[in-house]
Design a protein around this ligand. Structure first.
Ligand code: KIV
Ligand code: NA
Length: 264
């Protein structure tokens, strides 16, 4: 099947078709999500918290992003692969943003995502000018967790909702092809979705967004994160625990391996 392109996401918005995005950081999850028809795979800097054991994405490095972007990009042919610019890889300067964006594209990404609004529109424009499609990310922006004072819904009062809408428009104006809205009141996400020409992609942002994204380990019941906006569509953590327990019991009880698993 043909590669999903950013114009297909725009078509989806224009025709009222919703699309699904999931994070992925490795070969097997990427292939499974491709076969499930997921249009967009996000190599999120959440790899730092889901895979690498850090307590926030502040610790995820650009080198981490290159490694996991390569793994996902090598594993699929249809989904659009979006890679996060790591904390520290674009805040420092426009030139740093372009240099690291180029490296993510060379690693196999088809687009990059970065967090923030007015503060980074110059980076967004420079990346787009360099031929790198950019996805924005507003609302709760995890790389700023310490500045924001924890995981909190953003845009709750009128002033901050207006600011969020302004920032979304500024990202669109700077050339972004889509904007993630994270932990935003449903009514605010709906308003932003209406005023933007480009697609919005929600996570904890209600049902009105053009697309939806979840961290796959949350969606599939592997992590123990149970945010109010997460629906667990499977309990693969329980399945995996049962499998590992059965394996251990069979090894310890000398029931595995048997003759049928042995070479003459
Ligand atoms: O890194 C990530 O997983 C993300 C999504 C939650 C949007 O940025
Ligand atoms: Na991220």
């Amino acid at each position: 099947p043909a590669r999903v392109r950013i114009r297909h996401l725009q078509d989806a918005k224009d025709t009222g078709r919703r699309f699904a995005m999931l994070t992925s950081y490795d070969q097997f999850s990427a292939r499974i999500f491709e076969s499930a028809g997921i249009d967009v795979l996000l190599v999120g800097d959440s790899v730092g918290t889901t895979v690498l054991g850090y307590d926030s994405t502040v610790h995820t490095t650009h080198q981490d992003m290159l490694t996991f972007t390569g793994a996902v990009a090598r594993s699929v042919t249809r989904p659009l692969v979006v890679a996060d610019l790591a904390f520290g890889s674009y805040q420092t300067s426009v030139a740093d943003a372009v240099t690291h964006g180029v490296e993510l594209m060379r690693a196999g990404a088809h687009a990059v995502k970065l967090e923030g609004g007015h503060a980074i529109t110059d980076r967004v424009r420079a990346l787009v000018d360099a031929g790198i499609p950019v996805m924005g990310h507003l609302g709760f922006t995890p790389q700023s967790v310490h500045a924001l004072g924890g995981h909190r819904v953003q845009g709750r009062d009128h002033a901050s909702a207006d600011r969020l809408a302004d920032e979304a428009l500024a990202l669109q104006e700077a050339g972004a092809f889509a904007v993630v809205l994270e932990l935003v009141p449903a009514a605010v996400a709906e308003r932003v979705t209406e005023i933007l020409q480009i697609p919005t992609i929600g996570i904890g942002a209600g049902p009105a967004c053009d697309g939806q994204v979840l961290v796959w380990q949350d969606m599939a019941g592997l992590s123990d994160f149970r945010g109010a906006f997460v629906r667990r569509f499977a309990e693969i953590g329980d399945d995996l625990r049962r499998a590992a327990t059965a394996y251990r019991e069979n090894v310890e009880g000398r029931r595995y391996p048997g003759a049928e698993h042995s070479f003459e």
